[in-house]
Write a protein that binds this ligand. Structure first.
Ligand code: AP5
Length: 218
């Protein structure tokens, strides 16, 4: 099963992709995570991407397309969840071509719909374990023991540099202007399913499962 999760910054793509991946044994491919890895590694791509990401704009299509194509090749036959890709019409068209060349098909394109006030609230409270990367939120999903990571026990946490109010505003504009226009592209193919991304994380996951089914497929 191959799935795209679409939605604005903070819609819960990463949160739901992780759950979907564990439940259905799929590989989560997040272009945002890949770029942050490049930034940490100090690569040329990372250096170029860092400035763009901190401004809230999108990284150029050609860099993203070659990065993701290589990752899909390395998945080794498992199903994939695309989280944060495609984000422009050029990326959506390139993905179609890529999947056809690799003999893969797209099963579901799921759009998470969330109110803008909730997006800002979600992004402003987000943080992650500095050691293992487990994600948390100040209000909606804090660690069970304050200051201690549930997953690895570390006590250091970090916040994303693009989660500040000014960059969040720019990311929302980029979504509206460059990413939302790809929704009709998938709708015309009959592939788009929109769900309400508001409410508890478990409830949102239940809505996604209604679309992808409850039985594990691969
Ligand atoms: P990326 O890392 O993809 O960021 P994004 O799309 O802005 O999405 P986020 O990761 O911020 O949000 P999310 O929807 O995953 O929400 P999450 O589950 O974390 O991209 C970053 C940058 O990289 C881009 O701005 C761009 O520059 C570049 N880039 C990446 N891909 C690119 C591409 N394809 N082309 C060009 N440039 C690209 O949830 C957010 C918070 O809310 C968490 O704290 C979570 O705990 C909480 N939460 C989640 N669900 C709920 C819920 N139901 N109720 C309450 N809280 C919730």
């Amino acid at each position: 099963m191959n799935v795209i999760l679409l939605g604005p910054p903070g819609a819960g793509k990463g949160t739901q992709a992780e759950r979907l991946g564990k439940t259905f044994d799929l590989v989560q491919l997040s272009t945002g995570d890949m770029l942050r890895e490049e930034v940490r590694g100090g690569t040329e791509l990372g250096k170029t991407a860092k400035k763009i990401m901190d401004s809230g704009a999108l990284v150029p299509d050609e860099l993203i397309i070659s990065m993701i194509s290589g990752r899909i090749d390395r998945v080794g036959g498992k199903g994939i969840i695309l989280d944060g890709f495609p984000r422009t019409t050029a990326q959506a068209e390139a993905l179609d071509k890529m999947l056809a060349e690799k003999n893969l098909k797209l099963d579901h394109v799921i759009q998470l719909k969330v109110d803008e006030d909730a997006l800002v609230q979600r992004l402003s409270g987000r943080f992650a374990c500095a050691k293992c990367g487990a994600g948390y939120h100040d209000t909606f999903s804090p660690p069970k023991t304050e200051g201690v990571c549930d997953r690895c026990g570390a006590t250091e946490f970090s916040r994303r540099s693009d989660d500040n109010p000014e960059t969040v505003r720019a990311r929302l504009v980029a979504y509206r202007e460059q990413t939302a226009p790809i929704l009709p592209y998938y709708d015309e193919k009959g592939a788009l399913k929109a769900i309400d991304g508001m409410g508890e994380m478990d409830e949102v996951f239940r809505r996604i499962r209604e679309i992808v089914g409850t039985v594990r497929v691969s």
